[in-house]
Design a protein around this ligand. Structure first.
Ligand SMILES: Nc1ncnc2c1ncn2[C@@H]1O[C@H](COP(=O)(O)OP(=O)(O)OP(=O)(O)O)[C@@H](O)[C@H]1O
Ligand SMILES: [Mg+2]
Length: 144
């Protein structure tokens, strides 16, 4: 049923909680997992030397975040692929979900810029609103 799962992560605690659910579901359904991290678009008008620096920093950070998730999947013998995309996270998530034709998206309710008292971050809210496949949103807090 869940042959392909999309796991978008920003490296936050909440998305790490979501990863536990990815592991359990992927093991049960023998799913392939797409790990996705999107980093902000860096405008062309920024001086080329400075731009290069930001891009390489973003790439390193994206690699760190996705490698951490990949290691967990690897430990659990789960097949995966990594996607690193420049641009708005919600667009990247919805686009990869369509292109890869995934059956399920598993993500955190909040991310790195959590504001107390708000249930859903803007990325999870947009994904839940526009996704064509089911979305499992894992809340922050205690317990599983
Ligand atoms: N850049 C990103 N790349 C991939 N997935 C992301 C990215 N940003 C957020 N996500 C996913 O969306 C979930 C919710 O994060 P979201 O960004 O919506 O909340 P927030 O950071 O608390 O709020 P906001 O970004 O609206 O200020 C994360 O747990 C993660 O699964
Ligand atoms: Mg965010």
């Amino acid at each position: 049923m869940y042959e392909k799962i999309l796991y978008p992560t920003d490296g936050s605690e909440c998305s790490k909680r979501a990863l536990k659910h990815v592991v359990e579901i992927a093991k049960k359904f023998n799913s392939k997992v797409f790990i996705l991290h999107a980093f902000p678009f860096i405008p062309e008008y920024i001086g080329s030397e400075y731009r290069e620096k930001i891009v390489s920093q973003s790439t390193l950070e994206s690699e760190r975040i996705t490698k951490e998730a990949a290691a967990v999947l690897e430990e659990n013998g789960i097949e995966y692929e990594v996607e690193i995309i420049e641009g708005p996270a919600h667009k990247a998530i919805l686009n990869v979900a369509d292109v890869r034709d995934v059956d399920l998206i598993i993500m955190g309710s909040r991310g790195v810029s959590a504001i107390a008292g708000v249930l859903l971050g803007s990325v999870s809210q947009r994904v839940v609103t526009h996704s064509r496949c089911p979305v499992l949103v894992v809340r922050e807090g205690k317990g599983e």
